[in-house]
Design a protein around this ligand. Sequence first.
Ligand SMILES: C[S@@+](CC[C@H](N)C(=O)[O-])C[C@H]1O[C@@H](n2cnc3c(N)ncnc32)[C@H](O)[C@@H]1O
Length: 407
Amino acid sequence: MKNIANDHFDTEKPHTKIKHRLFKSALDTSLSIANGINYSKKENKPYIYIDLFAGAGKFKDEQKGSPLIAMDSFAKYNDKTKRSFSNISMIVAEENTQNIKDLKKNINCERQLLSLDDLTCNICDGSWETHSSVLKTYIKSSQWGFIFVDPFALELSFNNLINLINESPYYKDILILINKSAQERVLGKIDDLDISKLCNYFNISENNLKRLFDFVKSKGGSNEVVIQHLIKRAISKLDKDYVINAGITRTRNGKLEDSNRFYLCLITSSIGVANSFLEKYAEELEDKTLNKNNMQLSLLSTSPITKYISLQEKIQNIIKKEDITLFELSKKMYNVFLSWKDSDGTEIPHRQALLSALNNLISDKKIIIINAKQSNKGCISKRTNKLLFQALNTKDDAKSIILGSYR
Ligand SMILES: C[S@@+](CC[C@H](N)C(=O)[O-])C[C@H]1O[C@@H](n2cnc3c(N)ncnc32)[C@H](O)[C@@H]1O
C-alpha cells in the first residue's frame, strides 16, 4: 500500500481543507450547544476535546492541523463571562516521534499566542491505545465533549474506540475519518495479508468477513456496500441518535477529484450538531458544483421546484408506511451515507431543506401534521399550518410533532 504518511504534513491538500472545515464547524457547534445548555441549566460542567490521531499540529505551509484548529475554537471561550464551562481540557495522542516534537512546540506557541492560560492540556506520547486508561478517566470526568479520530488508513480498531467512548457516550460528539478507499482496496484482494488489518479495524473474523463479502457479491453488491455494512455494524454498538457518513473526495494532481474516497462520520445525539454538520456539508457540495461550472449557478438544479424533489420522495416513502414523529423521521433521514461524487448539495437533508421538503408535501396535500394543536409552542405556524424552523430546534420539539399521510 502507498505510504500516505510520507508527505501528509508538507502542504495542506484541498480535500484536507474540506475535512478541517467540517471538523471545525462540528466542534464549534458542539461547544456552543454545550455552553448554551450549561447556561440555561445554570450549570458549569466541563468540556473535553480528545484528538486520538493528533498529527504535528501544523503543516509545513503553516496551515493548522486539528489540535490547533480546536485551540482557535476554544479561544472564543477565554472570556469567563461568556462561557459557562468551568474549564475546557484537551488531550491529544500522537505516536510518530517527529510529529510529537512538532506538536508539543506548536501547541505551546499557539497557547501563548491565544492566551489560553487556563486550558488544561495533556499531550500523550505514543499510540493512544497505550494511554486508554488516562483517556477513560478524562472521558468519565466531563459530561460534554468532542472526540476526533483521524487515522491515515487502517490503523484503527473500532472495538478499542468503542470501549473507550462507551465509558460516557451520551453528551460526546464523535467525528471519525474513515478511509473507505483503502478499505475497498483491501477487499479487492481478499486473500492478501492486509485483510487481517481490515478485520482488526472492524473486529470481524476473516471467515465472517469472507462470508459477508460473498453474500454481498452474490446479490450484485459492490465493495462499497460491504464497507457500509461493516461501518453500520461497528457503530450499532454505540447508543447514539445520529450517524451521518459524509463522503469526501481526495486530491489528485492538486485538484479535487469527483469521487467518494473517505467518509467523515459524525456520531452525535444532538440534533443541533447533526443539523449544522449537514448544512456545512451542503455548503461544501454547492461550492464544488459552482467550481465545476466556473462559478455559474445551474438554474435547473437550484430552482425551488426541483431543489428538494429527492428529499420529498424519501420522506413520502417513510411516511406512507406509518405515522411518525418528526424526531424519528429526522433519525431516518440523517442516518445516511452521503455522496460527494453524485451530489450538488440539494439532496442533503439539513434543517432548512428537510423543513422545505416537508412543507412542500403539506402544501401538495401529500402529508399532514396529525397533532398540530398538541405540538410544542413555536413549531407550527398558526396562520399557514406549516412547520417553522423551531420544529427541528431540539429533540423535544421534533418529538412533539406527528406526521402522517394525507387522509
Ligand atoms: C491523518 S494524520 C492526523 C492529522 C491531524 N488529525 C490533523 O488534522 O492535522 C494521522 C496521525 O496519526 C498518527 N498515528 C497513527 N497511529 C496512531 C495511534 N495508534 N495513536 C496515536 N497516533 C497515531 C500518525 O503518526 C499521524 O500523525
